[in-house]
Design a protein around this ligand. Sequence first.
Ligand code: PGA
Length: 272
Amino acid sequence: MKQRKPLVAGNWKMNGDTVFNDHLLGELRAGIERESMAALGIVVCPPYPYLAQVANRLAGSPIEWGAQNVCERPNGAFTGEVSASMLVDLGCRWVIVGHSERRQSMHETDDDVCAKLAIAAAHGLGVIACIGETLDERESGRTESVLGRQVDALARAAHDAQRGGDCAAPMPAERFVLAYEPVWAIGTGRSASAEIAQQAHAFIRSRLGALDGGGQATRILYGGSVKPGNARSLFAMPDVDGGLIGGAALIAEDFLAICGAAAACSSASTAR
Ligand code: PGA
């Protein structure tokens, strides 16, 4: 039985504008209130310029919101960057770090991603930290060595934050979330099968023994071409605790259906 509350997070990437967002958020709010999804955490992550719009539009709603990145430095002469304290100032609760698009196109390393995790945790932000292998790494049999390297680095940083680290208060176990996103499945329409996802998630969980709850408290989301049609089978897997959703997070009906699938798996597992 899963002990963890599932989480569905929408990563809007560099999409949207005020009119589009207003419409999408209105539909999400109405849908979530209609369906009552209390057994589920829901987060949307718009681009930086729209965080304030999203904060206003979601005020009083159970839907939380987060940023897609944060600067690893506290403040100062870093043109174009956004700090953790600025996010907190706006009321932000979550931040995605280490997305493969940033690891690849911005050359972010494990050290960079861990520094982002540390500063986010120090400011009380929940962190969704992304990991995943490329197609080439999978096909050459290096999936576990790549995932192992990425997870071990993040688990060390999360362990420090859970012990207090630089934080005003230790990071609670439920505020550190991992997202397994095989790079070959992102935006390609080619999702990992539920079995492949489960295998990777079980491997990832096996590396989390030093964390609070021995890793059983850490939610591991699956991301990469999650759609209404495959969400239920993915989320039914014992180590899959929800999803990080890209393209389908921009379509209210699809995102709501994916949230519904996570909520159904959660009540199914607690009913057993
Ligand atoms: P996708 O993106 O759902 O469009 O594949 C997922 C992600 O990049 O987080």
